[in-house]
Design a protein around this ligand. Structure first.
Ligand SMILES: [Zn+2]
Ligand SMILES: [Zn+2]
Length: 344
């Protein structure tokens, strides 16, 4: 079968890789849709495991199940989490699922025609897709679950004021989820098209990231933001986060600047203001369940975020689109489709 092997962002090769039939507790799935994630293009994060087949936001069809597999059958539509926590270690018991020390198996990458699902992922990380979630929409389950988790960790409450820095796919999901909680949302980005998206997904105010964001924000809220969601890796966004958070508020690093950049925290100022700084990484099973409910009920509109559907052979272009961020929001790879804009 064909798989897109990632060496770095400029070197992704379609290679022929061997495929074997599933063992008794494994199953074979056909990848129908797989989203390119903002984290897939972060080289410092991905390069240590390269060359690898990326792709962890996927919807797939079950083709063949092992003799001991009862929960699934050929034809089932599924989402598979990229890795699953054990549920019993001290981290899992405290709800820190992404920190589970027992994670052994990762999902083979979804930028491939087929995936052989390992036993542990089949047992604990595979979810049947409800009728109301299409394959393309299923590529949002994992990113939305991460957003659900970040808002919970940040303690986001109904009716709060929220600043979302960066309106890529994650920022737009942050906006929609915060609006569901009746929050007032200000969003920033450097690209005007992303600001238009932000407005159309409910942002009360969407402003250029290059302007005087703290002033525009306080003019609008008449105070600073209760929660700041950093969905941009720009250092300037971090500075804006420091300047825009209210007393008693929280700043969540949903994206980070990268290891080559130094972030200076104004901790003395934040001390007296009781400002929390937190990070949010990946998601856990409860977040996935919640994200699936949100998508199944149509509460979060993801369809309008899909800007590109590309066949596997065009994956280099897909990565370029995500890296430039100019015209693409969500790019979905369709490994079995042919030609430009490969339908849904
Ligand atoms: Zn992702
Ligand atoms: Zn665990």
């Amino acid at each position: 079968m064909k798989a897109a092997v990632w060496y770095n962002n400029r070197d992704i090769r379609i290679e022929e890789v061997p495929l074997r039939w599933p063992g008794p507790r494994e199953m074979l799935v056909k990848v129908i849709s797989c989203g390119i994630c903002g984290s897939d293009i972060v080289e410092w994060y991905r390069l240590p495991r390269a060359p690898l087949v990326q792709g962890h936001e996927l919807g797939a069809e079950v083709i063949k199940v092992g003799a001991s597999v009862n929960r699934f059958k050929p034809g089932d539509r599924v989402f598979i989490a990229p890795k699953v926590p054990c549920g019993t270690c001290s981290y899992c018991r405290e709800g820190h699922f992404p920190q589970c020390s027992e994670v052994k198996e990762r999902l083979p990458g979804g930028f491939a025609e087929y995936i052989l699902v390992p036993e542990v992922l089949l047992e604990k990380g595979t979810y049947l897709l409800p009728e109301s979630i299409s394959y393309d929409q299923s590529t949002f389950i994992e990113p939305l679950a991460c957003v659900v988790r970040s808002q919970r960790l940040a303690g986001l409450k109904d009716g709060q004021s929220v600043l979302v820095l960066g309106c890529g796919m994650s920022g737009l999901l942050q906006i929609q989820l915060a609006k569901r909680k009746k929050c007032v949302v200000v969003a920033t980005d450097i690209i005007e098209k992303k600001l238009a998206y932000a407005r159309s997904f409910g942002a009360d105010l969407a402003i250029p990231a290059v302007g005087d964001v703290p002033k525009r924000l306080t003019d609008y809220f008449h105070k600073k933001a209760d929660v700041v969601m950093l969905c941009s890796s720009a250092l300037s966004a971090v500075e804006q986060a420091w300047a825009c958070v209210d007393k008693g508020g929280a700043i969540a690093f949903f994206a980070v600047p990268g290891p080559e950049k130094t972030v200076t925290v104004p901790v003395n100022d934040f001390w007296t203001k009781e400002i929390r700084i937190l990070t949010s990484y990946y998601c856990g099973p409860p977040d996935i369940q919640e994200a699936m409910q949100l998508l199944a009920s149509g509460a979060i509109d993801v369809e309008r975020m899909i800007t590109h559907r590309l066949p596997l052979e065009d994956i280099v272009r897909g990565f370029q689109l995500v890296m430039s961020g100019e015209e693409a929001v969500k790019v979905i790879i369709k490994p079995h489709a042919k030609g430009e804009n490969a339908g849904s």
